[in-house]
Design a protein around this ligand. Structure first.
Ligand code: G6P
Ligand code: MG
Length: 216
């Protein structure tokens, strides 16, 4: 049995599926700049910061903008995204997540958020999950994005737990790499074909338990 004293969760794609809203808002931006991109390309944006995502998208469209224009478009995209986020409800929490977090608590395991998003607190509020977290580290706290381990190392520190006693839950390749770079175990949430560097991969939290976590 391994010792697990803290679990660190990515937000988008792990706690809740906001990727669809990011996609809608980024696509609107692309369309206003007279190009389009696919859902497949959208996969590359998972776990990546807002400005890095914008750079990738502009590249796909062959559009070059000044720094000021980039900031203006990123701000517009975020506003469109927030219009969608404001309509979110607790029904959008992914299956099995609340029960798993409750059982972590009951077993004295700390819970932290490690997300690249600058909107994480608002999202957690909308889905009524804010109270589950002992620490929240997000895009407002970090200087280096995933696959750099900074976000998770800060999460470990905030919960007072050594990285080797932390398990990270991630849906993005860059996020799994960040966990491993931080010396942590990683549970991939999604497809084993994509999250090949994770220690184990689950497709949903339904059926996952603290017992299984400790057997990793
Ligand atoms: C998460 C998502 C990314 C998003 C990033 C920044 O990592 O997976 O798709 O770009 O957060 O989100 P924000 O809400 O700050 O624009
Ligand atoms: Mg994610």
């Amino acid at each position: 049995m391994t010792t697990v004293k803290a679990c660190l969760f990515d937000l988008d794609g792990v706690i809740v599926d906001t990727a669809v809203y990011h996609f809608q808002a980024w696509r609107r931006l692309a369309n206003e700049l007279c190009f389009d991109f696919t859902e497949h390309q959208n996969e590359q944006l998972k776990g990546i910061s807002r400005m890095e995502s914008l750079e990738l998208i502009l590249n796909w469209g062959g559009v070059s903008l000044t720094e000021e224009e980039k900031i203006a478009w990123a701000t517009k995209k975020n506003q469109w995204y927030l219009d969608l986020v404001m309509q979110m409800t607790p029904n959008e929490v992914l299956p099995g997540v609340p029960d798993f977090l409750k059982s972590l608590r009951e077993n004295g395991i700390k819970i932290a958020l490690g997300s690249a998003s600058k909107n994480s607190k608002l999202i957690l509020e909308k889905i009524q999950m804010l109270d589950y977290f002992d620490a929240i580290i997000d895009g407002n706290n970090i200087t280096k994005g995933k696959p750099d381990p900074q976000v998770f190392l800060m999460g470990a520190e905030a919960t007072g737990v050594q990285p080797t006693e932390c398990v990270v839950f991630e849906d993005a390749v860059a996020g799994v790499q960040a966990a491993k770079a931080g010396g942590m175990k990683a549970v991939g949430v999604g497809s084993a074909d994509i999250l090949t560097e994770a220690d184990i991969v689950i497709s949903t939290f339904e059926g996952f338990s603290v017992e299984k976590l400790l057997q990793m």
